[in-house]
Design a protein around this ligand. Structure first.
Ligand code: SF4
Length: 199
């Protein structure tokens, strides 16, 4: 199964018109553009990363960055794909220099809340300590302590796992990363078949 995997540019979800020129934090001066999300906007599984990675090369041609390649591969191995997933970010702009991290995250996560209210996914997979700390609203939270267990945040059933880039850099994390994706996929299939959510 794994041998036939090949990364692909997932369909990008355009930024809603009313937010396209957001200047709520200093990242508006750093961004090349805003990224709202990619995949299926009404998917039942929301995947949350810290911020967008590179999406276009110097000629402006779209490509799949290392983070998204690792993410897509784990999803593929778990039997999930673009139809079941929507990937979005704590920050909708990609930082390129120093900035007030806490201020920007606290400001921009309002958009994430808005997305969740609009689309009402059943599951969320939060990847990396930054996304976990912001989404769980706990500055001490760490993936290594939270992963492998279901958490409830509002109406969402949430899993935490490692950032795909960390998995690329530290292959010993891959086993746990893949386990977390399998846990998610199994719970998703159970829910689709019987309506039962994990405890
Ligand atoms: S990071 Fe978020 S809050 Fe800051 S300018 Fe970009 S969209 Fe606006």
């Amino acid at each position: 199964m794994e041998t036939s995997f090949s990364p692909e540019v997932w369909q990008e979800d355009p930024v809603p018109e009313q937010y396209q020129f957001c200047e709520r934090c200093e990242l508006c001066a750093q961004r090349a553009r805003m990224i709202w999300g990619e995949g299926s906007p009404n998917a039942s599984i929301l995947v949350i990363l810290d911020n967008p990675g590179l999406r276009e090369n110097q000629e402006g041609v779209s490509f799949v960055c290392g983070t998204r390649q690792a993410l897509q591969k784990a999803a593929f191995n778990a039997g999930l794909g673009m139809q079941e997933l929507y990937v979005t970010y704590i920050l909708k702009c990609r930082p390129v220099r120093k900035y007030d991290k806490e201020g920007a995250r606290n400001t921009c996560k309002k958009y994430l809340r808005h997305q969740i209210e609009q689309t009402k996914p059943a599951f969320a997979l939060c990847l990396g300590n930054i996304a976990v700390q912001t989404f769980f609203e706990d500055s001490e939270a760490e993936v290594k302590n939270l992963r492998g267990l279901w958490h409830s945040i509002g109406d969402l059933k949430v899993l935490a796992s490692y950032h795909p880039l960390a998995v690329r850099r530290r292959p010993n994390l891959r086993k746990y990363f893949y386990e977390d994706w399998m846990l998610l996929a199994e719970a998703y299939r159970t829910w689709k078949e019987s309506g039962i959510l994990p405890l």
